[in-house]
Design a protein around this ligand. Structure first.
Ligand code: CP
Length: 308
């Protein structure tokens, strides 16, 4: 998305073309192979991390990414410690931060808040997660993991399991992977947590093959990737519903008996109960590799948006 000042921001994974994603993956792979080459690329530059909602991976990986590029970081990790608590708007905050920093990574509980920031900022804005909507840089982490594990993005049956309604990483992953030939989705969730209509309709309009089911074990043998997700407690309107649905799916070592030997297990984390700790030792478990890959892809994205 480019604003009236000509500033390019990334609010959705679809703001990046397939070619741009390929370039980011190639840059990330080069950073992994030659980290010293990139150690000073962002000297004199500042990243502002504006996190109005809790985070471990996204905020700290953005910060680690900027430090590893030789840059600096400013920001806040909760709305309470910013002037949002006094009533400042997202639009004003983004104008103010444009005076201090060179690039913004913003997480916000309201869908569309990073878009408001991007429309008003004179520096690039990266959506670091907006409500139950999108999480494009998690998807960049997912894509690098898929590339490194499977060697390709095409001809994969991707099982997505858990909270497909509120899980923003799911919506961005479906957007991203729908662009590759031969990709199909097996959407595994309780009835109440199926993907929103706008996600389902986009798949139908693009002719993407998908099935919706409640059956994880029955789906297992056909999957090339299993993307587990947490039930998003913070998006529920009443606790009773959350308690009823939170343990709908728990991936155990036994449930993997029917899975392909080369199936990759992904999870954006944080995990609560949905993957048993015993699965961590299975060679198919990729979720901690995903964490590492997220830092490299965020480094690549910062380099691209800063043009350095
Ligand atoms: N995957 C992810 O967004 O994790 P955090 O909420 O810890 O940033």
């Amino acid at each position: 998305m480019t604003n009236k000042f000509g500033i390019e921001s990334v609010l959705s994974i679809l703001d990046l073309s397939v070619e741009e994603v390929d370039e980011l993956v190639a840059t990330a792979e080069d950073i992994i192979a030659n980290p010293q080459k990139y150690a000073h690329r962002c000297e004199g530059k500042k990243l502002a991390t504006l996190f109005f909602e809790p985070s471990t991976r996204t905020r700290l990986s953005f910060e680690a990414a900027m430090y590893e590029l030789g840059g600096n970081v400013i920001g806040f990790s909760s709305a309470d410690s910013s002037s949002a608590s006094k009533g400042e708007s997202v639009a004003d905050t983004s104008k103010v931060i444009s005076c201090y920093a060179d690039i913004i990574a913003m997480r916000h509980p309201k869908e569309g808040a990073p878009m408001v920031a991007a429309l008003n900022a004179t520096i690039p804005v990266i959506n670091a997660g907006d409500g139950g909507h999108n999480h494009p840089t998690q998807t960049l982490a997912d894509l690098l993991t898929i590339k490194l594990e499977k060697g390709r993005f095409d001809h994969l049956n991707i099982g997505v399991c858990g909270d497909l309604k509120f899980g923003r990483t799911v919506h961005s992953l479906i957007d991203a992977m729908s662009r590759y030939e031969g990709v199909s989705f097996t959407l595994i969730s309780p009835e109440e947590l199926k993907v929103p209509d706008y996600v389902r309709n986009a798949m139908i309009n693009k002719g993407i093959p998908f099935v919706e089911t409640t059956d994880l074990e029955g789906s297992m043998p056909s999957l090339d990737i299993l993307y587990m997700t947490r039930v998003q407690k913070e998006r529920f309107f009443n606790e009773e519903d959350y308690l009823r649905l939170k343990d709908s799916y728990i991936l155990t070592a036994e449930k993997l008996d029917n899975a392909k030997q080369n199936m990759s297990i992904l999870h954006p984390l944080p995990r609560v109960n949905e993957i048993s700790v015993a699965v961590d030792d299975d060679p198919r478990a990729c979720y901690f590799k995903q964490v590492r890959n997220g830092k490299y892809m965020r480094m690549a994205l910062i380099l691209k948006l800063l043009g350095v």
